[in-house]
Design a protein around this ligand. Structure first.
Ligand code: ATP
Ligand code: MG
Length: 399
């Protein structure tokens, strides 16, 4: 049996939580992503715990807990300044419409719980002594970099079609390949993805797109036809096929969406709808619109200082990132240098405001707004210095 000795701090800190459960006569294990990632020597961002104790029993053992998903057996326990999701051993049943189970059944042993998990590499558990429980040869699959469904892939994807998206996102994050039957089952069942909520698909798609091996995974996303059953991608394989050919892949979510929009050659007036179809937030949509807008300007002419100012630092950096990914030749350093050298970078840095103009006899209204904009533009482009005297003497020239 394999045993891990030098556990990262995130596990040692959580160990007392397992101990408390064990001392009360229950079984408790670390499970899922954290066990997989520690074995791969990857960074572990959180640890999930699975136990034979019922949610009510878990709650009695800890001072502070939150009923995160008590119906599904999950309680969040606060301990030592950290929070831990503790889920009772369970099986899932009554999958309707190829979605999440409509109810769960608590079970008394770990084996049943591990059986319901999606892939062998995600079905590993670790006990308080660091010993690994591996019922489905997940350790071999980890060693061989293989993503393999637990049990019959066909059946598992019928239970929950999101697992097909999860398979390709783990490819991207881990640089693993799909085991052949698992891949074939995705190819045969990609249509089931239509039953899954866009929010859940988006979450996996973004992880796929931002993973270090996104281009390889994206190729499989296309080859298995999963791409046909996500919003607005149907019939667009030819355009999307450029993604795997790119020299780089995105590292920021707004770059990912901008890149996809550019590949799909979406006209500006369709961006909003596209982003909404994917259930993106308004904030994300706004960022993407700003990036695409600046990208268009950048591709058509040399940017003026004022255009750089209006874009702002964040949009500029994001747009440079996107241009870099699509191989658009731009002198990014020069652009950043020019931006950094702007006399002001925010409207609030202007030496005057509306009050200043009113004190000098201007009436509030549209004209005042226009004058303020003009001053800002002249200051940004270096034609008027950013101080009250210089601006005042400019004002005398337009009276
Ligand atoms: P990440 O590092 O992205 O958090 P993870 O493996 O922890 O990866 P989660 O979505 O946090 O993924 O899920 C935790 C665990 O729950 C998984 O490792 C897997 O065992 C199980 N799991 C999650 N989603 C499913 C699913 N749709 N079907 C079956 N098991 C699942
Ligand atoms: Mg996780």
């Amino acid at each position: 049996m394999i045993k891990i000795d030098n556990l990262p701090e995130i596990f040692t800190k959580a160990m007392p939580v397992l101990q408390i459960l064990e001392n009360a006569g229950f079984e408790a294990y670390f499970v899922g992503g954290s066990v997989r990632d520690v074995l791969l020597h990857r960074h572990v961002h959180d640890v999930d715990i699975t136990t034979s104790a019922y949610p009510e029993e878990v709650k009695e053992l800890f001072d502070k807990s939150i009923d995160t998903g008590i119906k599904h057996g999950t309680v969040t326990v606060l301990y030592g300044g950290e929070s831990y999701e503790i889920t009772t051993f369970r099986t899932e049943s009554g999958y309707q419409d190829f979605r999440r189970p409509d109810h769960v059944t608590f079970v008394q042993n770990l084996d049943e719980d591990l059986k319901r998990r999606d892939f062998t590499i995600n079905a590993l558990a670790m006990d308080t002594r660091g010993q690994i429980v591996d019922l489905f040869n997940g350790l071999d699959d980890l060693k061989n970099h293989v993503i393999r469904a637990v049990g019959d892939p066909e059946k598992r994807f019928h239970e929950d079609a999101l697992r097909m998206m999860r398979a390709v996102r783990f490819m991207s994050q881990l640089e693993f390949k799909l085991e052949s039957k698992t891949q074939q089952a995705i190819k045969d069942n990609h249509k089931l993805l239509k039953k899954i909520s866009v929010e859940r698909i988006r979450e996996e798609f973004v992880k796929l797109g931002l993973g270090p091996h996104a281009r390889q995974a994206f190729q499989v996303f296309l080859d298995t036809n999963l791409s046909e059953d996500v919003p607005d991608f149907g019939g667009k394989k030819d355009q999307l096929a450029i993604f795997p050919q790119l020299k780089f892949s995105p590292t920021m979510e707004n770059s990912l969406w901008s890149l996809i929009i550019l590949l799909l050659k979406l006209p500006n007036e369709q961006i909003h709808r596209f982003m909404r179809d994917w259930k993106n937030s308004n904030a994300m949509t706004e960022q993407v619109e700003r990036i695409i807008n600046l990208f268009d300007l950048l591709s058509s002419h040399a940017l003026s200082d004022y255009e750089l100012f209006l874009a702002g630092e964040e949009t500029l950096i994001n747009t440079i990132d996107v241009a870099h990914i699509v191989g658009q030749p731009i002198s990014s350093e020069a652009l950043v240098d020019r931006y950094m050298a702007l006399p002001i970078k925010k409207a609030s840095e202007l030496a005057v405001d509306g009050r200043f103009l009113i004190d000098r006899g201007m009436r509030p209204g549209a004209k005042l707004g226009q004058t303020l904009n003009k001053i800002r533009e002249l200051v940004v482009s270096g034609e008027v210095e950013n101080n009250q005297e210089a601006i005042e003497s400019y004002l005398t020239t337009i009276e």
